[in-house]
Design a protein around this ligand. Structure first.
Ligand code: ATP
Length: 356
């Protein structure tokens, strides 16, 4: 029996609620598939932690998370609780820097049964690969404000950071059953940093002659995504552009409650929904937990690949099937999709479908 330690960071707002459903589904799939055991360790983090301990990601949490086999995260932060300088708590971003989680993997897959915000009959199934340790976020909390007159934040693009994110995108493209195409998204016509990002992309692309590659500007690609999302397979881009594009893409597939994600480095990985703490619906019990449940499936797939454990891959497949068939048969109907099901009901329906 293979055992894996999962660090669980529920966080704030809807985070703990959606994580509870994710863990419920993981426990059930473990019972059904068997051959592996996930041991959960719930760790303190988030806004409450900041109020009590002065740090939304205390060192003991970080240390334990760093030694786990994988990290399962809900959402952290609270717009009403801020640092003395007025900025919001962003421990989930700190975690990316601390654990060097450079590859933000954000799949945008439209499941049959979900109505896209786009008027399209075309299948939507692409992935945004967001560089997560540099770009515009490199100057996070380190920008300058001069005499209340001039503010700056500096974008940082390195060869090292770009090579590794571009390789991650091509490797992912090879694993997928998609169009076998990687699109680099930048603003190379205006900014030196983006021209460099594109140059490095084109160099790395030579290592992957079996995969088509192309480049596009962020403005043009944004329009193309809306007009013809089926033209895309894997998109690789800078941190801030990736942040925006992945939320845009969530709109194509039913909303943020449908958008899973993974933040992967060479040694650690965090799995969490694309959404934040959703303060407007926190405590109402109506958050859609499917993004978190699907992030749990991504976690099992990643662990399965890392540890060559076929049971984990089978378990991931079972979760995806349960979600896909539940949506296709309209048994899953979150409030986000215009339905009436509570967060808890959705988790329960997925567990029942796994057992069926
Ligand atoms: P952050 O800054 O952490 O990204 P945010 O407040 O900008 O947080 P989200 O928390 O991601 O953004 O929420 C954006 C919108 O999407 C909100 O209106 C929220 O209610 C909705 N939303 C987010 N997640 C879900 C979910 N799981 N189910 C239903 N609606 C959601």
């Amino acid at each position: 029996m293979n055992r894996y330690r999962i660090a669980v960071l529920g966080g704030d707002g809807i985070g703990p609620d959606v994580i509870a459903e994710g863990v419920k589904v993981l426990r059930r799939v473990q019972e059904i598939v068997g051959g592996f055991q996930l041991d959960y360790e719930y760790l303190e983090c988030g806004a409450k932690c900041y109020l009590e301990q002065g740090d939304p990601l205390p060192s003991h949490t970080l240390e334990k998370a760093a030694t786990a086999d994988a990290i399962y995260l809900g959402a952290m932060g609270d717009p009403s609780i801020r640092y003395p300088d007025g900025t919001e708590l962003t421990p989930q971003i700190t975690l990316r820097f601390e654990l060097d989680l450079y590859a933000g993997i954000r799949p945008a897959k439209l499941y049959p049964g979900i109505r896209s915000a786009l008027a399209t009959d075309q299948p939507i199934d692409f992935v945004v690969v967001r560089e997560s340790t540099e770009g515009l976020f490199a100057s996070m909390k380190r920008g300058t404000l001069l005499r209340d007159e001039v503010a700056t934040d500096t974008q940082v693009i390195t060869r090292y950071g770009t090579e590794r994110i571009v390789r991650a995108a091509f490797e992912l493209c090879r694993q997928r059953n998609g169009k076998r195409k990687v699109t680099c998204v930048d603003k190379a016509n205006v900014f030196r940093s983006f021209a460099f990002f594109r140059q490095v992309f084109l160099e790395v692309a030579q290592e992957y002659p079996d995969i088509e590659h192309e480049c596009g500007y962020i403005d043009a690609v944004s329009m193309k995504l809306v007009m013809a999302p089926d033209q895309f397979d894997v998109i690789v881009t800078e941190n801030m552009f990736g942040d925006i594009l992945s939320d845009l893409a969530a709109g194509f597939i039913g909303g943020l409650g449908m958008a899973p994600s993974a933040d992967i480095g060479d040694k650690h990985a965090v799995f969490q929904p694309c959404h934040g703490t959703a303060p407007d619906i926190a405590g109402k019990g109506i958050a859609n937990p499917l993004a978190t449940i699907l992030s749990g499936a991504m976690m099992l797939n990643w662990l399965g690949d890392e540890h060559r454990d076929g049971n984990l891959r089978e378990a991931a497949h079972r979760i995806e099937e349960a979600v896909a068939t539940g949506l296709a048969t309209h048994q899953l109907q979150s409030v986000e999709m215009g339905g009436k099901q509570s967060t808890d009901e959705i988790g329960t329906i997925v567990t029942e479908r796994i057992s069926a």
